[in-house]
Design a protein. Structure first.
Length: 276
């Protein structure tokens, strides 16, 4: 069966410099095995599948797959999925807000010109990280334990362990080793810089340490953690992907209700159909 398909670049004003996501638009009749097989074939960090919602409050439902497993939530695929739904004729109930249904929650997505932003979901796990885990994380990142100035569990689905280093320069200098952890690292740029922070994300896939180019879920949970502790002040612009030759730009803001929003430019790069 022919199904509409789009590959989207998220979090960069320059196409092919953000983070790609593959989106299959018409997914009625597909089961999880078929979705996982297709996600393994695309071999992108995430592939998403759009379905009719089961909640009367949602505009559409999405399932997120990596090449090896299904996720309950993912950030840049949320924005890519919303954009794919819109350009293929989706009409939200609210003028400027799209409501996405996924396993973790109903997620609001806002439109603002060429940018989309999602409301950061609540953390599934927070709190202090065990010292033995931090020692393992430092070894995995090729840094001294003393270089970690703060840390916390900041899991909103993928399992993030958040680590703050002293500067963006330190973040960019990381040369990761093999890890079984899902690590998010952040460090500040000097005051007055275009970007406030540099972010990097590492996880294990098939026994290999992988770096994600630009990560919405991580930027969301980093913001919730560090804004909540009074160390980050919104709004700000975060950079990610520089160490990989990407040019990710993540817009972080907070509204009057203290809801964190994560946004960026979204561009459709490939459109067509797939046989599934």
């Amino acid at each position: 069966m022919q199904r509409r398909f789009v590959q989207i670049d998220v979090f960069s004003s320059r196409p092919y410099r953000g983070n790609p996501v593959a989106v299959v638009v018409d997914c009625d009749g597909l089961d999880a095995v078929e979705m996982q097989q297709f996600a393994r074939w695309t071999n992108l960090s995430e592939t998403t599948f759009l379905l009719p919602p089961t909640s009367t409050a949602a505009d559409y439902r999405v399932r997120f797959f990596t090449p090896t497993e299904e996720l309950s939530f993912a950030g840049h695929p949320t924005l890519g999925s919303a954009y794919a739904w819109l350009i293929h004729g989706g009409s939200p109930r609210s003028l400027n807000t799209i409501v996405q249904e996924c396993e973790v929650d109903l997620i609001n997505v806002r439109r603002d010109g060429s940018s989309l932003s999602f409301a950061a979901p609540s953390l599934l796990r927070g709190g202090a990280v065990e010292e033995s885990m931090l020692a393992d994380a430092a070894t995995s990142l090729g840094i001294r334990r003393e270089a970690i100035i703060d840390s916390a569990w900041i899991d909103n689905g993928p399992g993030w362990l958040g680590i703050q280093l002293g500067s963006a320069v330190q973040v960019l200098a990381i040369k990761p080793q093999k890890t079984n952890l899902t690590l998010g690292i952040v460090g500040a740029y000097p005051a007055g810089s275009r970007f406030a922070y540099e972010v990097r994300a590492f996880y294990s896939s098939g026994g290999v340490t992988v770096e994600d180019p630009v990560t919405g879920s991580l930027n969301a949970s980093l913001a919730q953690w560090l804004i909540g502790e009074g160390r980050f002040v919104p709004p700000y612009l975060a950079s990610q992907g520089l160490a990989m030759g990407h040019a990710g730009e993540v817009q972080v803001s907070m509204d009057e209700s203290k809801q964190v929003w994560i946004g960026g430019v979204v561009t459709a790069c490939i459109q067509g159909t797939v046989e599934m």
